[in-house]
Write a protein that binds this ligand. Structure first.
Ligand SMILES: Cc1cc2nc3c(=O)[nH]c(=O)nc-3n(C[C@H](O)[C@H](O)[C@H](O)COP(=O)(O)O)c2cc1C
Length: 338
């Protein structure tokens, strides 16, 4: 039996060497609060490339300064960010991995001084800021910021762009009826709420012809919120609009109690893959090689995104290979210890 976890996957113009993706994880490590890559990012991401992950997805990277979750987020809102990102790309690629960047805007979840933006003026929860309801100019300016960020990502040499439309951040806030109470063409009907994401994708695609991923929250975990069936519909639209992979996370749109268990979001990736006929990524408490292999062999997803387990074990691909009896080649300098 071939081990699917270590099978390459071709997406557009790139071939991922295996199905293991480092899930985007904010490091909040821009100590100068200028959004620029620091030594930490170079060491952290390159270590996972040495560890043989196929695709390294760089954390939520803000397309505009007020779109950061914290002042220490990575940024791509200015040309001065390109050099640091380019160095990061070169270092990761030199270790044989592909590298993507998650383009993000925090919306009402930004924890910053000054004005924050959202589709409607509703705070996430008590104690958090009430955002300004975005006007037409704000909408236009953020769509254009995503486009400029995509151009910079291209210049830095990234292989993949992922648009962050999950976890209750700005794009997700437009999609969900719980957070979008607008009366204009960006609110109300399902199609109207989808419009902002659609326009962001179109702007990104006007400058980017590489693989495009979108991360979604496949359930709001709320009776009046979005369910996975809504995302099946949106995934069909996204496929028609040129999206290659739907990265299926869930929740965090409104405060809701969920009880995570191993692979708790895999069913979302499976349903979207089957019903929208699009490549999907599964994420969430996938920690064992055999668990990842089951997801792929049963055709429930095409990629596995790993978060916290890769923080604990940068060599998780090796750990999984040993568990699955796969002969994973080490980086040459590590041959004597592999
Ligand atoms: C420290 C940390 C930072 C995170 N930052 C992001 C992020 O920048 N973008 C994102 O989409 N998800 C983010 N997440 C969510 C992870 O990508 C992942 O979906 C989640 O941790 C579940 O996967 P896991 O059980 O393998 O950790 C973060 C998670 C952690 C633990």
């Amino acid at each position: 039996m071939t081990i699917k976890l270590f099978e390459p996957l071709e997406i557009k113009n790139i071939t991922l060497k295996n199905r293991i993706v480092m899930s985007p994880m904010c490091m909040y490590s821009c100590h100068h609060e200028d959004g620029k890559v620091e030594d930490w990012h170079l060491v952290h991401y390159t270590s996972r490339a040495v560890g043989q992950a196929g695709l390294i997805m760089v954390e939520a990277t803000a397309v505009s300064p007020e779109g950061r979750i914290s002042p220490r987020d990575l940024g791509i809102w200015d040309d001065s960010h390109i050099d640091g990102l380019k160095k990061l790309v070169e270092m990761v690629k030199a270790q044989g991995a592909s590298i993507g960047i998650q383009l993000a805007h925090a919306g009402r979840k930004a924890m910053l001084e000054g004005e924050i933006l959202a589709p409607s003026a509703i705070a996430y929860k008590e104690g958090m800021k009430t955002p300004k309801e975005m006007d037409g100019e704000d909408i236009h300016s953020i769509i254009s910021a995503f486009g400029k960020a995509a151009e910079r990502a291209k210049e830095a040499g990234f292989d993949v762009i992922e648009i962050h439309s999950a976890h209750g951040y700005l794009l997700n806030e437009f999609l969900s009826p719980l957070t979008n109470k607008r009366q204009d063409q960006y609110g109300g009907s399902f199609a109207n709420r989808y419009r902002f994401l659609s326009e962001v994708m179109a702007t990104v695609k006007s400058v980017w012809d590489g693989p495009l991923f979108v991360r979604i929250s496949a359930s709001d975990y709320h009776p009046d919120g979005l369910q996975v069936s809504d995302y099946v519909t949106m995934a069909r639209w996204m496929k028609d609009e040129g999206v290659d992979v739907i990265d299926c996370s869930s929740g965090a749109v409104v405060p809701a109690k969920i009880k995570p268990f191993p692979g708790y979001q895999v069913a979302f990736a499976e349903q979207i893959k089957k019903e929208a006929d699009i490549l999907t990524g599964a994420v969430g408490l996938i920690t064992a090689g055999i668990q990842a292999e089951e997801i792929l062999q049963n055709g429930r997803a095409d990629l596995v995104f790993l978060g916290r387990v890769l923080l604990r074990d940068p060599y998780w691909p090796r750990t999984a290979a040993r568990e699955l009896g796969y002969d994973l080649s080490p980086p040459t300098p590590y041959e004597r210890g592999w």
